[in-house]
Design a binder for this molecule. Sequence first.
Ligand code: BTN
Length: 320
Amino acid sequence: METIMRILKENPGKYISGEELAKISGMTRAGIWKQIVQLRENGYQIDSSPRKGYRLMGITSSLHPLEIRESLASKVFGQVVYYQAEVDSTNRWAKSLAEKGAPEGTVVVAESQSRGRGRMGRSWASALGLGLWFSLILRPKISASNLACITILTAVVMARAIRAVTGIQIYIKWPNDLIYEERKLGGILAEISGEMDQVNYLVLGVGINVNHTGSDFPPELADRAISLRLIKEGEISRVRILQLFLQEFEQAYFSITQTGLQDVVDYAKQYSATLGKQVTINQGFGRVLSGQAVDLEQDGSLWLKEPGGELIKIFSGDLV
Ligand code: BTN
């Protein structure tokens, strides 16, 4: 598929005959047709004319690995990409790949998810071709109790990537929701395998609503969710956001041990949708806490001031 795509890309808007494609690629005409069908399923707009051949139309909006790896400046993250037009959940797929030994930095991405998963057992609406639905496999050499800082890092790096590509400033709702004017733009689902003191692998699932129009959200989300396109008109490049995210994340992730997370936590504080507010936090198992969110710690935990004035440090939970 890479060869066919490369030839079409080198000749934007120009028809290349099936015969020529067959000659350059060494494939049969039937084989080429099969690949064209597959490329179309992956979101590429390819025009075909019986007499003229095939031509690539405009700029593609596919998240195909060919697009992601093109001009990607990272060394590890995104060098291995698994892609399908539709999967049940990229997190589930990434976990099965991690179990089979997929290396750190592997990216798993899809155009749509039939059973996208959110935090706390919720589902995640993942419309075809409109969002950035991906998972990253990490093998951090830290204990499970230190993982909260990686989700904060993810939220901050994603907010920065979105700002760099679109100019839009996103806010971070603790622990790791991406928010714009009280509406949810994206979320992170981190799933680990390992023991308390030794992580085997961590799958970081990230979902960002990018090119949705209002009617692309299910009715129950219509007034709670938002996409980048609803904030700023025009189609936004999912590939560019993902590339920037991978490059910045790689740099930050590999330097955590030397540089610490001060800069990341400062950013999360500056663009926090939580600090200073009265919040209610559901910690599961029927434990619900209320109070004022007062500070963020380097390890990603939140300081909550209870009505009696007592300060408690919270490592995880769901803000309601
Ligand atoms: C949340 O509830 O806020 C977390 C949402 C995480 C959604 C992403 S989309 C890609 C990855 N695969 C999944 O099944 N979920 C995450």
